[in-house]
Write a protein that binds this ligand. Structure first.
Ligand SMILES: [Cu+2]
Length: 228
């Protein structure tokens, strides 16, 4: 019988084989990567178990390596996968989710453009357009900073439906859209400050973030906006 976890592992491993090699300078991730390549889950678990105290530091170092300019994008993907599996085994072993959250958040952040403080439209909403460039779905802008209580409106400007939702493990939760059909839109008011990492559950490779600052929009600023 294949457990749900093994199923996911197999899917990721197929991708891993295709993307090739990681640099993995240090011994622990190197051994772990070898076990991962061989689909040897018992060894993966025992490596993490035997090095429990070192795993957070080793995983952090691997993430630093992955995010450095030294590595190619294939190596980076590979190192992200190894780091995520190490953190995942660590969570299974210790019950602590902090390391896995840290890895997932840094991986997600690496897919984002730098954050922009966006000026809302005349009606007070922030508009994000979903477009398609070179067969890639784009959230434009993909990473914005807004104020507590403001509303974001997503407009689907391309030919496929999208389903957007926040990822509670790595950030604030609560944002969850219905299918946004081509030509349609959906809006959400952010009543809770926090960092909302979100993705499209139809196209997994759409990465967006809304940072909701813990600052209410002041009456003075609202007036400024409506005048411009
Ligand atoms: Cu989508």
């Amino acid at each position: 019988m294949i457990s749900a976890r093994s199923g996911t592992v197999m899917a990721v491993l197929t991708a891993l084989t295709l993307t090739g090699v990681c640099y993995a300078a240090s011994d622990i991730p190197k051994k772990f990567k070898k076990a991962l390549d061989e689909k040897d889950f018992d060894t993966m678990t025992s490596i993490v178990g035997a090095n429990r105290d070192k795993i957070p530091m080793e995983t952090g170092a691997l993430m630093d390596e992955a995010l450095s300019s030294r590595v190619s994008s294939e190596e980076q993907e590979c190192e992200f996968i190894v780091a995520e599996f190490m953190a995942s085994e660590y969570k299974n072993l210790t019950g602590e989710i902090g390391l896995l959250r840290y890895v997932k958040r840094r991986v997600f952040e690496s897919k984002l453009d730098p954050p922009v403080t966006q000026r809302p439209e005349a009606d007070g909403t922030h508009v994000i357009r979903i477009t398609n460039e070179k067969n890639k779905n784009i959230l434009d802008p993909g990473n914005i900073i807004i104020k507590h209580g403001e509303t974001v409106k997503w407009i689907n400007d391309e030919g496929e439906p999208h389903l957007l939702a926040s990822m509670p493990v790595i950030g604030a939760s609560g944002m969850s859209s219905p299918r946004i059909e081509p030509g349609g839109s959906w809006q959400y008011k952010f009543d809770e400050p926090g960092e909302y990492y979100y993705t499209c559950f139809i196209h997994k490779k759409m990465f967006g973030k809304i940072t909701v600052e813990d600052v209410k929009v002041t009456a003075e600023k609202s007036k400024d906006i409506s005048r411009n």
